[in-house]
Write a protein that binds this ligand. Structure first.
Ligand code: CUA
Length: 345
């Protein structure tokens, strides 16, 4: 008897060279692997290093498993392929030794993956070691991040400042739905869950601006819920804190003073705080030192007068679903507000 499988009579033989399309596909698929601002494999602090180290370890184990399994498969296909004149192979059922081996080996591999994974999670969550710790409360909102420094009495949005070489203890919560806090180069991700407090810490060992973003689908503008972490020298950080602690300076004249008036009498005060004024609401971001921030609107736009005017004219057009509606402000109102807000350094 002949059990060989033959292509049906008249079927075309596949002769298209697949090498070139496969290489193009591989190039396209790996194009995103170049180092970028959110490259978790190029960490800049101990927690990021710990997490990418874990990734590399598991990747290494996976590569070894892949090479062994695929090697055995290819070997079996070639060595035991059917040859002309072969009869039916020996029919066997079960092999106790083999079955025990292929149960125990994966168990050992999984234990080998679980131990470093659990220890890494335990070291990155909770409170950081040592005493030189900066406490920050992170609050996820649809769709922006609030950062509170409870010990310094500072509140800001979408721009977290930290001193280099200092462990930052983060308490992560949410004001509405589930978000996820992630700064790929420093550490994370950690979910921000309503009515639940999660903790993690990280540390930057190099000054720089690190990009972060929400990592949990949280509504229409999930993709527009970014933030930056500015890691700076201890002296620069101390200066930033001192600047942020001051109340806003109310402009004495000009366009900015007009803007302060528009802000105080229009819809803005219903949602925002500007310390030192009558604006004390806590629905939207605290704008006390708005002009000092590098970005606006959930860190999706650079903070400049042009972008701010665009935002004020129609927030939902910039950020779909934005809780700040279009108030149909006039050009004069927008120009005055831009002058005022940008003056809040
Ligand atoms: Cu918040 Cu996605």
């Amino acid at each position: 008897m002949d059990f060989r499988i033959r292509p049906p009579r008249g079927a075309p033989r596949i002769t298209v060279p697949l090498t070139i399309p496969l290489l193009v596909l591989a190039a396209l698929l790996t194009a995103g692997c170049t180092p970028g601002p959110q490259d978790a494999l190029a960490p800049v602090g101990p927690v990021g290093a710990m997490e990418s180290g874990l990734y590399n370890l598991i990747f290494g184990i996976a590569v070894v498993v892949f090479v062994i399994v695929e090697g055995l498969l290819i070997y079996a296909v070639l060595r035991y392929r059917q040859r002309p004149g072969d009869g039916i192979p020996v029919q066997v059922h079960g092999n106790t030794k083999l079955e025990i081996a292929w149960t125990i080996i994966p168990v050992l591999i999984l234990v080998g993956v679980a131990i470093p994974t659990l220890t890494t999670i335990a070291s990155a969550a909770g409170t950081p070691p040592g005493r030189d710790v900066l406490n920050v409360k992170v609050i996820g909102h649809q769709w922006w991040w609030e950062f509170q420094y409870p010990d310094q009495n500072v509140v800001t949005a979408d721009e977290l400042h930290i001193p280099i070489g200092t462990k930052v203890a983060l308490t992560v919560v949410s004001a509405d739905v589930i978000h996820s806090f992630w700064v790929p180069k420093l550490g994370g991700k950690l979910q921000a869950i309503p009515n639940r407090v999660n903790t993690m810490w990280f540390e930057a060992d190099q000054a720089g601006t690190y990009h972060g973003q929400c990592y949990q689908l949280c509504g229409t503008s999930h993709a527009n819920m970014r933030f930056i972490v500015v890691a700076e020298s201890k002296a620069d950080f101390a200066k930033w804190i001192a600047d942020q602690q001051a109340n806003a300076v109310t402009p004495s004249g000009g366009e900015a003073a007009k803007g302060a008036q528009v802000f105080a009498t229009g819809p803005c005060v219903g949602c925002h705080t500007i310390r030192g004024t009558n604006a004390k609401a806590k629905i939207g971001p605290d704008l006390t030192h708005f002009g000092s921030r590098q970005t606006i609107a959930g860190a999706i736009l650079e903070n400049n007068p042009k972008n701010l005017a665009m935002w004020l004219h129609d927030p939902p057009a910039v950020k779909p679903g934005s809780l700040m509606p279009n108030y149909h402000l006039t050009n004069d109102q927008v120009n005055a507000l831009v002058a005022y807000l940008e003056s809040l350094k």
